[in-house]
Design a protein around this ligand. Structure first.
Ligand code: ADP
Length: 216
């Protein structure tokens, strides 16, 4: 057999000739089988199995009297290199910042108004000081605290325990951090005159959106 395909749970690998055919059809399609054969200096009969595979697996479609055309299905290689090239800056969203002396009560109101799951606390120099999640706030409301008087600094996760990322980090790195640390978001920081300023956030939603966009 001259085609090496194997079927894994995740898709199909194309052999060199099939890749060549795809390239020709991408450039010249719709194109007949005989014309493709001509370009590869092969006979139409020799190409038949490759064309059949490409059609069955959805890379190509064929119309009678018109020929083969490319369906737009990306090879896994193209897809994964696209994913690997996305950086945090491309997909980050706006961070919601509060001063670290903000009360727990105000922070809860802010979280509802802004419709986010995480707030970032900043210090007097506007540098990153803490992360406040929904559960942190729930915890803050328990145990008899006066939530209108208690500042979020009492319940937030503070430096140096904060996992951060930078705008030029690969998105795949950020996604890995979310999974490894079992958290919902990462602050995107930039060092400005020695102060770590929060300029964005990466959330599970950002990553899900990238995934959906790539599929579309
Ligand atoms: P939730 O608590 O609403 O489930 P998370 O899973 O994001 O949300 O948060 C779990 C804990 O991890 C919280 O105590 C939160 O302060 C902390 N946390 C969240 N994001 C980070 C981060 N980027 N770095 C360090 N700790 C974080």
């Amino acid at each position: 057999m001259y085609y090496n395909w194997f079927v894994g749970s995740d898709g199909m690998e194309l052999n060199e000739r099939q890749e060549k055919i795809l390239k020709i059809v991408k450039q010249h399609g719709p194109i007949t089988g005989s014309k493709i054969a001509e370009q590869l200096s092969l006979t139409r009969a020799t190409l038949r199995p490759d064309l059949a595979i490409l059609t069955m697996s959805g890379y190509l479609d064929a119309r009678p009297r018109v020929g083969y055309f490319y369906t737009g299905k990306e090879s896994e290689e193209v897809m994964s290199s696209k994913i690997r090239n996305i950086i945090v800056r491309d997909v980050q969203s706006v961070p919601i910042l509060i001063k670290k002396d903000t009360s727990i009560y105000e922070a809860i109101v802010k979280m509802f108004l802004e419709d986010v799951g995480t707030l970032y606390a900043i210090d007097e120099e506007n540098g990153l000081a803490g992360v406040i999640s929904r559960k942190d706030l729930l915890r803050g409301t328990m145990g008899g605290n006066d939530i209108e008087k208690t500042p979020v600094s009492v319940i937030m996760t503070r430096k140096p325990s904060i996992t951060i990322c930078y705008p030029n980090d690969l998105l795949i790195y950020a996604a890995n951090q979310l999974i490894e640390k079992q958290i919902d978001s990462l602050p995107v920081v930039e060092n400005q005159d020695g102060v770590e300023r929060v300029i964005g956030r990466i959330t599970k939603t950002n990553i899900a959106r990238v995934f959906v966009n790539l599929m579309e």
